[in-house]
Every structure is written in C-alpha cells, then in structure tokens.
Design a protein around this ligand. Structure first.
Ligand code: B12
Length: 247
C-alpha cells in the first residue's frame, strides 16, 4: 500500500482542504480578497472563500476551501506512541496493591493564571470522561486536586507534604506560550526542591502540547487532546510501580 497520501475533499486525492482564520480587516470585498491572497500564499490554489463574517469592529473571520498540491509521506510521520500497556481498572488496582504495597498518591492542578479545570477534573474526578471514571474511582489511588490557578511554590509544597508519587499539571491557555513557560518553571522548581531519586513523576497535559516535547520541558510525560483517565492510570502504574519493581 502506498505511504503517500493527499487530502480528500470531494473526490479521493483531490487535495482539497478547509482552513479558518481571522484578519484584522473590516468585513467587505477587500477583506475577502485579502483572505484569498493569504490562502494562495499558504499554497491553496485555487482557493474559495466559503464563509466570511465580521467579528466586531475591523475584524473578519473566514473559512476558505481550496486545493493544496502537497503530499504526505506516512513513512516519515513521527508521533509519541503509547509505550506502556493499557490496563483494566482492576489490574491497575491489583498491580499497585501487590507491587507498591501502599496507595499511589497524585497531586493535580492548573498552574499559573490558567483556570481551565475541566481537563484535569476529567482525569482526576470520580465522574471522569468518555465513559471512563477518573483516578478518584481507583481504590489504590489517593488524589489531591488543587484546582485552578495554583502557584508553583504551593504545588511543590503540597506535593512534598503528601509525598506525591506524581504531579499532574494541566495547561490549556497557550497565549504567548504560557503553557510552555509555566511547565518549564514547574519542572525546574521540582528539580530544585527534590533530589533526583525522590522527585515525583512530572506529568503535564492539555490540548495544544506537543507530546514529543518532554525533554525540552523537563517533564516525564505529556498527554494531549482526548486523553482518558485509564491511559493516565496505566502510565502511572508503568512508570512508578512496574519500573520500580524492575530495579
Ligand atoms: C470551558 C472553557 C472556558 C471556561 C473554563 C471553565 C473551567 N472551569 O474549566 C471559562 C469560561 C472560565 C474560560 C475562560 C477563559 N478562556 Co476558555 N475555553 C473553554 C473551552 C470552551 C472548553 C475547554 C474545555 O473544557 N475542554 C474540555 C476538556 C475535557 O478538554 P481539555 O482541556 O483539552 O482536556 C483533555 C486533554 O487535553 C487532556 N488534559 C488536559 N489537562 C490535562 C492534564 C493532565 C495531567 C493530563 C494527563 C491530561 C490533561 O485530558 C483532558 C481529557 O481528555 C475552550 C475552547 C474549546 N472548545 O476547547 C476555551 C479556550 C480554552 N479558552 C480560551 C480563552 C482565551 C479563555 C479566556 C482567556 C477568555 C477571556 N478572554 O477571558 C479565559 C481565561 C480564564 C483563565 N484565567 O484561564 C481559548 C484559549 C486560546 C489559547 N490559545 O490559549 C480557548 C481555546 C477558546 C478559543 N478558541 O479562543 N474558558
């Protein structure tokens, strides 16, 4: 099977894509021309404005549909593969109980000015997401969810106080790369506050992270869009319990 693919719009391989963006131009004919110029420069040729709507004074939102001539080589795609087994809830509890012989403690928070708690709540709170219960549901997890806008010094102190095995941080706002700066600040603070052997596992998540950027951000794992609690629980068992038992 060919590893080369092109986008599909109306017919297979026709290269048609749809993009949306906002320009700081009042909604009129000139704005539509400006949108087409941008689309052409982005490689969409031919391009059509299929939606244009004024967004307050002097701004217009566009949806443009057009053809790209680029090819995707699937053999060159690099992604963060799941490199741990996805376990059932009962196996997660059983492994922690048998191998760690105490509960596994996690501390979670949204740090910096970020108040988007829905993501971290989905992972930690009992109600969970996508038909899966959150980590609070697991008998062998102790969960401390600190909520929104937690400062890094407070997070470090709370993690120390409860002897956290893992710290789970959520970052949703990415304006001015706040998620990257906050994550770097957090990982540096934990490295300074704990000797390497006692540092909790550092996990961040949010919809706009690059899951391959762990080293650059100084964290152990990054989870992106659509993460489920069972994936996180399975990873924690793999990284904390199974790895420990192997050493
Ligand atoms: C709900 C919402 C709000 C609510 C938040 C309520 C709450 N308690 O969380 C309110 C109204 C408060 C809000 C406010 C703002 N918001 Co808002 N908000 C949203 C919205 C609509 C949905 C976010 C959400 O709940 N997603 C559902 C959850 C389940 O998904 P998730 O966060 O991605 O989480 C999953 C994964 O990413 C992952 N995950 C996430 N965190 C973690 C952590 C770990 C450890 C792990 C393992 C996994 C993990 O697992 C989760 C489950 O699968 C988004 C737009 C959108 N449709 O996404 C905008 C959005 C995030 N908001 C945005 C903005 C700009 C703001 C404001 C700045 C608006 C303003 N001008 O005031 C403020 C900022 C407030 C603040 N100080 O943070 C922008 C961010 C843009 C950017 N590039 O940063 C967005 C994208 C909207 C937009 N298109 O402009 N917002």
């Amino acid at each position: 099977m060919s590893t080369i693919v092109r986008p599909y719009g109306d017919t297979t391989g026709d290269g048609m894509v749809q993009v949306s963006f906002t320009l700081p131009v009042a909604a009129d004919k000139r704005a539509e021309g400006a949108a087409l110029q941008l689309a052409n420069k982005m490689g969409l040729d031919p391009a059509m404005v299929v939606h244009a709507r004024g967004m307050g004074d002097g701004y217009t939102f566009f949806v443009v549909y057009g053809r790209v001539h680029h090819l995707v080589d699937l053999s060159q795609v690099v992604v963060a593969e799941r490199d741990f087994p996805l376990l059932a809830a009962k196996d997660i509890n059983a492994t922690i109980k048998a191998k760690l012989r105490r509960k596994l403690t996690v501390v979670g928070a949204c740090i910096g000015s970020d108040a988007h708690t829905v993501g971290i709540d989905a992972i930690l709170n009992l109600k969970g997401i996508a038909g899966e219960k959150g980590l609070e549901y697991y008998r062998e997890f102790t969960v401390l969810n600190l909520g929104a806008q937690v400062g890094v010094p407070e997070l470090v102190e709370r993690a120390r106080a409860v002897r956290a095995d893992a710290v789970l941080v959520s970052q949703v706002v990415t304006q001015r790369d706040a998620h990257l700066q906050n994550t770097r600040e957090m990982s540096a603070a934990f490295r300074e506050a704990f000797p390497a052997s006692r540092r909790p596992l550092l996990v961040v998540g949010g919809p706009r992270f690059d899951e391959l950027a762990t080293e650059e951000l100084g964290v152990d794992r990054i989870f992106g869009r659509g993460t489920t609690p069972r994936e996180v629980a399975s990873y924690l068992v793999h990284a904390i319990v199974t790895a420990k038992a192997a050493t």
